[in-house]
Write a protein that binds this ligand. Structure first.
Ligand code: ADP
Ligand code: MG
Length: 414
């Protein structure tokens, strides 16, 4: 076996990592590859931080995929309109390995020169060093059709990913019909659409009147199982002559409801602080969480400062302290948190859920929780309730799982 670079810390927190440091997802990886090979497009849905983008990167790295497809990853999370989307699409070309290969490169260069000319920009300098900025729009009228025409002529089939695809629904222009018509015509290109807004994606892909209706096979990505994550984390510690107890991993897993991003952050921190030959326990996890909260302190303060109205802030505190806040407009909730009345609670909920603040999410009938668990813990810490959060983490996790499993099955009735 070739000797690969060994990182100082085996817990990765970026979206792409060597396979050895990637936890599980074996079934999902196989499933995606076989669907693609059978000619299907796929839509992957999961809440943020569960691991969609990393899974896609992992799929890209597999030999069957790497050898068979040109892969393009287009992250449209930060896009606001069609221009942005096309620019991100072009950036993906610039970053894609195949576009740099001899034949591909010439084609890409020709394509880009045409587009630059059209945009009245000079392409100058290294093509691959050039990144197109996002909106405010510079008035460039790039065309999607150019990109798809290019893809139609590649030697190998292509695999194109649109990550956070639900964003297209927020654009001022409705481009779904146009996109769909290009995608439908492609004979050599498979698509993966992925996103965090299950509601929006379901609408786009399950509603008979939507252009993308039934155009992709659907996959709900769940959290990584606790067994899988536990053996993964232990293996990594042990490779460095360190260890971690099952209870410690269980604490991190429950505290962050199995969301890979947060658990990886905690493990990375625990690992870093632990001396060689030692075994990390529950207290090491708690300490790591406290250090992460300290690192985020400024950011969380700013988030609180942005919420000007005291009523809205109090509502956020209330939800954070509850963990899962249920029956939020009931008299008992109103009394417990000294809120005015049901309608001011409704207003606060609307404000806190709004995409600008984006602090809370609905998880059942009249039930809400904070989107960011570390933020919740930080608030609890401010109220001296952190220990309570630690001791109730498991119950809370189980309650959340139960509530999420009871969410109504999605159906359109019109
Ligand atoms: N299977 C995995 N093994 C190890 N780390 C992972 C795995 N999946 C996700 N992660 C970590 O969690 C982070 C968040 O995952 P990401 O794929 O960005 O989530 P999403 O796209 O669903 O928001 C990643 O940056 C990565 O560090
Ligand atoms: Mg992602």
């Amino acid at each position: 076996m070739s000797k690969e670079h060994t990182p100082n810390n085996p817990f990765y927190t970026g979206i792409s990592m060597p396979d050895r440091y990637f936890c599980d997802r074996e079934m999902e990886t196989k499933d995606i590859i076989s669907k693609l090979n059978n000619g299907n497009n796929i839509v992957i849905k999961a809440p943020r931080r569960v691991g969609k983008s990393s899974l896609i990167m992992h799929v890209f790295q597999q030999k069957e995929v790497k050898d068979a497809y040109n892969t393009l990853y287009v992250d449209i999370y930060g896009t606001k309109n069609m221009d942005d989307l096309v620019k991100e699409f072009m950036n993906a070309f610039l970053e894609a390995g195949f576009a740099r290969s001899e034949r591909g490169r010439k084609q890409v260069e020709r394509l880009f020169q045409r587009l630059y000319l059209q945009a009245n920009l000079s392409a100058g300098g290294e093509l691959s060093a050039f990144r197109l900025g996002l909106s405010p729009s510079n008035g460039v009228n790039f065309t999607l059709s150019e990109m798809f025409k290019f893809l139609e002529k590649t030697k190998k089939p292509n695999l194109v990913v649109f990550d956070e695809f639900q964003k297209v629904k927020e654009y001022p222009e409705d481009i779904t019909a146009e996109l769909r018509s290009y995608i439908q015509r492609m004979t050599n290109t498979r698509f993966i659409f992925s996103g965090s807004s299950r509601h929006m994606l379901n609408h786009m892909f399950e509603h008979p009147k939507e252009p993308f209706y039934r155009s992709a096979s659907s996959m709900n990505l769940d959290i990584i199982s606790e067994e899988s994550y536990t053996s993964f984390a232990k293996r990594l510690f042990q490779q460095y002559r360190k260890d971690i107890s099952d209870e410690a991993i269980a604490m991190a897993y429950a505290l962050f409801s199995g969301r890979t991003y947060d658990i990886q952050e905690v493990m990375k921190e625990v690992f870093q602080q632990l001396a060689s030959g030692k075994t990390a326990g529950i207290d090491d996890v708690k300490d790591a969480v406290k250090r992460l909260m300290a690192m985020w302190d400024n950011d969380f303060r700013e988030r609180m400062d942005r919420i000007e109205k005291i009523k809205n802030r109090n509502m956020l505190y209330a939800i954070a302290l509850e963990g899962i806040a249920t029956s939020v407009t009931s008299t008992s909730f109103i009394r417990k948190y000294k809120m005015d009345n049901a309608s001011s609670i409704q207003n606060a909920i609307a404000y806190l859920s709004d995409e600008n603040i984006n602090a809370i999410e609905k998880i059942g009938k009249a039930s809400y929780q904070l989107q960011n668990r570390l933020f919740e813990l930080w608030i609890a810490n401010g109220f001296r309730c952190l220990d309570q959060k630690f001791s109730t983490a498991r119950d809370r996790f189980e309650k959340e799982r139960q509530m999420l499993s009871q969410q109504p099955v999605f159906k359109f009735t019109d």
